[in-house]
Design a protein around this ligand. Structure first.
Ligand code: GLC
Length: 535
């Protein structure tokens, strides 16, 4: 096998645009109010019409759904809520027929507490599966073994009364962390990966890629900021230096091993490398050796405020650290949607589209979250409508994730064409103008513009042309060229002028007020443009 490892990260995904499907909320085929695999199959035509190349499907495995599928109780099956393995096979066949690739969400950091491994593991300290998880004695005062906290609030340890030991969970107590220092766990996942490769998947999005391996001495994490009661789980989590629970060197060994498994199948490894500080040099280690992950999500662009200096810092530093191999998302099922993050209303929507002009033309893999292409803002749900455990299990007002997870409005029939039953979470105050059906037949709609943008990318982006910045940190216009194409985003006020390099430039796409003059472009507020060199 050794000889087959490719020492670079190229593949069919170069030049691709990805699309994240949050399966519960995409399309429901059977009327139970929850999106499912046949629902996705029915929309593949839409996705290929839109012009994306690669679809990432969030977990559809059997699960008690404590974290809506990110708590897996069988890694090689399909939850009946989402369909059957045959439905999955059909989805893959149909996607491939339409030239779409499909990657699935692998959740290796933790299983569900309902997984037979954990059930067995907790049955006795001598159980053969005990070592699949992290079990520790209480500290001398009976408290948890160390000060690690869960992403979702509270200690990362839960006491099992029966065996009087604690088990580790960086997320919910229903999501016990697997022990990646145990070779048997490593072998189990080799088999899981092979199982899905043999069903013809085109790769994996790796959940919590930064978290797999832990420092087995389990020392306390150093505290960076004073913690107080009014902080949200995210803030508490960010108050620690995660020196011993995240981003351990051993993670790379796991991904190198997986690279051996996927390369012969030409499959993609795309990691969720969620490091709170977003240090691009740390993220880049997951891709830079060319034999571990092919691509790593870089999350800073999903949190950056609409401010030129912050954006410059975000993009320049990231591209210096990993010039080719990052993946860029506009929104996700874990964060507020871009139009909301950028201030909401028409202005927020315009900014999100303008921002896409920058994001989609960077080297690397851009990923659209379902509904981004419609310009959808997040939905504000009433307290009693919240479903995300991050929101429902914490007394403090938190950054729960429901607002980005509401169903896609396909048309203006009842249930917005998402379901003919009762949706599992309210669809919220969407209007006819938000729907796919309306936008598909409306010239100049967000959907039609996203489609045009993707088409321009496909037709004009020369993948071999490196990025060259054509403005610098002192400019409010962030702009770069790649061969005969310029992408420019104005994050400042009205009236910014961009001087163009030599040549005859044509305006191929713009958002907001943009005027092309002889050798320069004038930008209004919240605007962006793609320029193409006439041949
Ligand atoms: C990732 C997923 C998120 C999930 C968590 C735990 O961050 O994107 O939705 O809750 O991992 O699996």
């Amino acid at each position: 096998m050794e000889g087959m490892i490719r020492k670079d990260n190229s593949g069919w995904w170069d030049g691709s645009v990805g699309y994240e499907i949050y399966v519960r909320s995409f399309a429901d085929s059977d009327g139970d109010g929850v999106g499912d695999l046949p629902g996705i199959t029915g929309k593949l035509e839409y996705l290929s019409w839109l012009g994306v190349d690669l679809v990432w499907i969030t977990p559809f495995y059997p699960s008690p759904m404590a974290d809506f599928g990110y708590d897996v109780s069988d890694y090689c099956g399909v939850d009946p809520l989402f369909g059957t393995l045959e439905d999955f096979d059909q989805l893959i066949t149909e996607a491939h027929r339409q030239d779409l690739r499909v990657i699935i969400d692998l959740v290796p950091n933790h299983s569900s507490s309902a997984h037979p491994w954990f059930q067995s593991s907790r049955s006795s300290v001598d159980d053969k599966y005990r070592g699949y998880y992290h079990w520790r004695d209480p500290s001398s005062d009976g408290k948890p073994p160390n000060n690690w906290v869960s992403h979702f609030g509270g200690s990362a340890w839960t006491l099992d009364e029966e065996s009087e030991q604690y088990y580790l969970h960086l997320f919910l107590p229903e999501q016990p962390d697997l022990n990646w220092n145990n070779p048997e766990v490593i072998n189990e996942f080799d088999e899981i990966i092979q199982f899905w490769l043999s069903r013809d998947v085109d790769g994996f999005r790796i959940d919590v890629a930064q978290g797999l391996v832990k420092n087995m001495l389990m020392p306390d994490n150093p505290i960076r900021f004073q913690i107080n009661e009014s902080m949200s789980p995210r803030q508490v989590f960010a108050s620690f230096d995660h020196r011993y629970d995240l981003d351990q060197a051993g993670n790379l060994e796991i991904f190198r091993r997986w690279r051996n498994l996927v390369d012969p199948h030409d499959a993609l490894l795309l990691g969720e490398v969620y490091l709170r500080d977003n240090d691009p040099n740390r993220v880049s280690r997951y891709v830079s050796s060319g034999d571990a992950l092919h691509r790593a999500f870089y999350f800073a662009p999903m949190h950056v405020p609409w401010d030129p200096q912050s954006m410059w810092d975000t993009f320049r530093d990231a591209l210096d650290a990993a010039p080719e191999d990052l993946s860029w998302a506009l929104s996700s099922h874990d964060d507020p949607r871009a139009p909301t993050r950028f201030g909401g209303g028409e202005e927020g929507k315009q900014r999100a589209l303008a921002y896409s002009v920058l994001l989609f033309f960077l080297p690397g893999l851009p990923v659209i979250f379902q509904g981004d292409e419609l310009g959808l803002p997040s939905i504000e749900l009433a307290l009693e409508e919240l479903a995300d455990p991050v929101a429902t299990r914490n007394a403090v007002e938190t950054d729960g994730r429901d607002g980005a997870r509401t169903p896609i409005p396909w048309n203006s029939s009842s249930g917005f064409g998402f379901t003919h039953g009762t949706p599992w979470i309210p669809i919220g105050n969407r209007s006819e103008k938000d729907t796919v059906e309306y936008q598909q037949k409306t010239h100049g709609s967000w959907l039609m513009r996203y489609r045009t943008l993707l088409q321009i990318r496909k037709d004009n982006l020369d993948l071999d042309s490196p990025l060259r910045w054509i403005t610098a940190r002192d400019s409010d216009v962030i702009s770069f060229s790649r061969g005969g194409l310029i992408s420019a985003l104005n994050v400042g006020g009205s009236g910014q002028i961009l001087s163009l390099p030599n040549g005859q430039w044509e305006l191929a796409f713009h958002v907001g007020e943009v005027a092309l003059n002889d050798r320069s472009v004038a930008f209004g507020e919240n605007s962006a443009a793609i320029l193409i060199l006439a041949s």
